[in-house]
Write a protein that binds this ligand. Sequence first.
Ligand SMILES: Nc1ncnc2c1ncn2[C@@H]1O[C@H](COP(=O)(O)OP(=O)(O)OP(=O)(O)O)[C@@H](O)[C@H]1O
Length: 264
Amino acid sequence: MNLTVENVSVSIDKKTLLRNIGLRVEAGEFVGMIGPNGSGKSTLLKSVYRILQPDAGIITLDGEEIHRMSPRQTAQRMAVVRQESPVEFDFSVREIVMMGRSPHKRLLESDTAQDREIVDDALSRVGMQEFLERSYTTLSGGEKQRVLIARALAQQAKFLVLDEPTNHLDIRYQLQIMDLVKVLNVTVLAALHDLNIAAVYCDRLYVIESGEIVAFGTPEEVLRTDIIRDVFGVETEVIIHPITGKPHITFFSDTRVRKTRGGR
Ligand SMILES: Nc1ncnc2c1ncn2[C@@H]1O[C@H](COP(=O)(O)OP(=O)(O)OP(=O)(O)O)[C@@H](O)[C@H]1O
């Protein structure tokens, strides 16, 4: 399943949040979006998962315009893990993950043995099988995040949209979840803040700044000292890591750089 975003612009209350965005994610590709806070990453993802209707431009999945699909057709193709997914009612973990099965069922159809197996499998893949009967609202931030990832897995969509999928996770689960998503062999578009994680897991990256794409390419092409300085205002040293073979970035605060250079 591939995604194409062509000339997409979004404005809210006369403020332009995205301007002429173009990007493509090929089938099976893992594409990351990086950029400073407030640059428009979530806005673009929201346009892709149809929470926002762009003012201009076209977004297609396998050539089909997403804003013409029914919500059910979209959910059969696309699973979304958002930064915060507020749950108002006291659902159990099992119920939350089972929601991932609903695009595949008819209205009021009861859960089958196969649905239960898929839910169990999804929970065990994120290390949450022990929490099946727990109330979702009692979970820690990281546990909630893993349950939402399990729900996306249970949805068995061929296209995954991830908005900061690992922001609540400790380092072990960050790597585990990224490894898990990587081996699913689905198409992924993910907004990521951790540039070193983006370097290791993404096939290609788009850099977004003030609502515009300012760079794109492989991690090697994009994660350069000059680009990171221009976009994030941070000094770095970038090496190709001898073990991963991918760029590895060390960050320096401005004060530290000035001190080392003998400034004030
Ligand atoms: N409904 C809205 N009304 C007005 N401004 C909005 C709205 N939604 C988003 N914005 C603004 O649009 C800009 C882009 O926001 P967005 O959430 O897409 O950024 P982001 O790159 O995902 O940021 P972060 O890294 O902080 O999550 C921000 O300045 C934000 O305040």
